[in-house]
Design a protein around this ligand. Structure first.
Ligand code: SAM
Length: 230
């Protein structure tokens, strides 16, 4: 069966139904709570800040952000996942506004958010090939001076093993240990300059971090990105 957006939605929904959700990323914790030479978000204060988690499916990052006193919002690509996420948050007494949406369609008003977190999600093209739609939509919902926080796989990340390189921007995934993403098209960034150039029309003050983990044979290589809405 070839890749379709419907298969992908079903794949993620099945996965989240079967797995117990989850823990926050250590790197999300570092980004929000750490003080580093090129990054210190603590100085903005977190309490009451509005944050949207795009592709929030795993819930772990939202549960962590709640401990910072932030106002929580999120989107997922399938109603089943939205309901699962809502159920988990409600069971823990966590208030959040979770809606059906995607990288190119965030069903919230302009300039609502202080932060947009897109953790391992921004590069999923979901059946279309215009990454600027993601950049424009992310920029639209952020306040001027708000922050965008991203993780993006490096070209050496294991997910790109045997991927079909389509052109300068896109690759089609051919091998996926989760079995969900075969046929999905990812925006594939060459380096941090490529990321900066792509987001530059709306964003400034870029800070980059770098992860190159080896999970017992799986290359978990990531660019970590924090920048500011102009
Ligand atoms: C690798 S998981 C990351 C989940 C979560 N952010 C985390 O870090 O645990 C990718 C997520 O992106 C979602 N996703 C897939 N296609 C998407 C799209 N076009 N727009 C937004 N999210 C998408 C999936 O449903 C999935 O939950």
């Amino acid at each position: 069966m070839g890749y379709t957006m419907k298969n992908a939605r079903q794949g993620w929904a099945d996965r989240y139904e079967k797995t117990s959700m989850a823990w926050p990323s250590e790197n999300v914790i570092r980004i929000f709570k750490g003080a580093y030479p090129r990054l210190d978000l603590r100085k903005n204060g977190h309490t009451g800040k509005k944050i949207i988690d795009v592709g929030c499916g795993d819930v772990g990052n939202l549960l962590f952000l709640e401990t910072l006193g932030m106002d929580l919002y999120g989107v997922e690509i399938d109603q089943k996942i939205v309901d699962l996420v809502k159920g988990i948050l409600a069971a823990r007494g966590v208030n959040a506004d979770i809606r059906l949406g995607s990288n190119e369609c965030l069903p919230y008003e302009d300039g609502l958010f202080d932060y947009l977190l897109s953790w391992n999600a921004v590069y999923y093209m979901g059946g279309q090939r215009d990454f600027n739609k993601h950049v424009n939509e992310y920029a639209r919902v952020l306040k001027a001076g708000g922050h965008l926080v991203l993780s993006v796989p490096k070209i050496t990340h294991g997910i790109f093993n045997k991927a079909k390189i389509i052109d300068d921007e896109f690759a089609m995934i051919q091998v996926d240990r989760l079995g969900i993403r075969v046929g999905e098209v990812f925006r594939r960034f060459k380096n941090t300059e490529d990321i900066e150039k792509t987001f530059l029309p709306y964003f400034t003050d870029f800070s980059f971090g770098s992860i190159e983990d080896d999970y017992f044979g799986v290359a978990g290589h990531w660019h970590l990105v924090v920048c500011t809405r102009k």
